[in-house]
Write a protein that binds this ligand. Structure first.
Ligand code: HEC
Length: 152
């Protein structure tokens, strides 16, 4: 090898190593993104479960239901943002349609966001029938998206 060949070979090796590193990092980022959104979803599952218990047993637990409703409002603010482009492979139950039918997914996300807001308003009103109705609508919104965009 002459000097130029050595330089070219070295650059190529460094380049390859760099590319491999970048790939590892992005793989790690994908895994983190999937984990993060699953955690947010699991949190919402906990919030819904907590609300059910509260609505069923009828005790007055103070402002805890308001807090649960506020959490659901916050966590449904921007569900599509939890599904960045390129996080469609790996340990995920999201279907490819989350990205190929982004508008449909956004519509389902909007329904959940609206339902969470309505639930929160109903909770503030204290009207039991309104709370139950809004809670059912919210559950339907979660389910509606899962049926269309999650591998069940
Ligand atoms: C706009 C669509 C959409 C809405 C609305 C939605 N989800 Fe999800 N949810 C998903 C998708 C897609 C997954 C699969 C995520 C993955 O595996 O990467 C998921 C996963 C989950 C999981 C499983 C998490 C895990 O660890 O695998 C739970 C629990 C969950 N959602 C609860 C809820 C609840 C409760 C609501 C309503 C308050 C809700 N979701 C609303 C799309 C949605």
């Amino acid at each position: 090898m002459n000097k130029l060949q050595v330089i070219v070979a070295t650059l190529a090796a460094v380049g390859l190593a760099g590319a491999a590193l970048a790939e590892d990092l992005s793989q790690e980022k994908v895994e983190q993104a999937i984990k993060y959104r699953k955690n947010v979803m699991t949190t919402m599952g906990g919030e819904v479960g907590t609300a059910i218990g509260r609505l069923r047993d009828g005790f007055d637990y103070g402002p805890s239901l308001e807090a649960v409703a506020a959490g659901l409002v916050a966590n449904t603010q921007d569900i599509p943002a939890l599904f960045p482009e390129g996080t469609d492979f790996g340990d995920t139950d999201a279907t490819a349609e989350v990205w190929s039918d982004a508008q449909g997914f956004a519509d389902k996300a909007q329904q959940a966001k609206d339902a969470a807001a309505a639930f929160s308003e109903a909770v503030s009103s204290g009207d039991k029938a309104a709370i139950m109705g809004a809670f059912k609508d919210l559950g339907d919104a979660c389910k509606g998206c899962h049926e269309a965009y999650r591998k069940n």
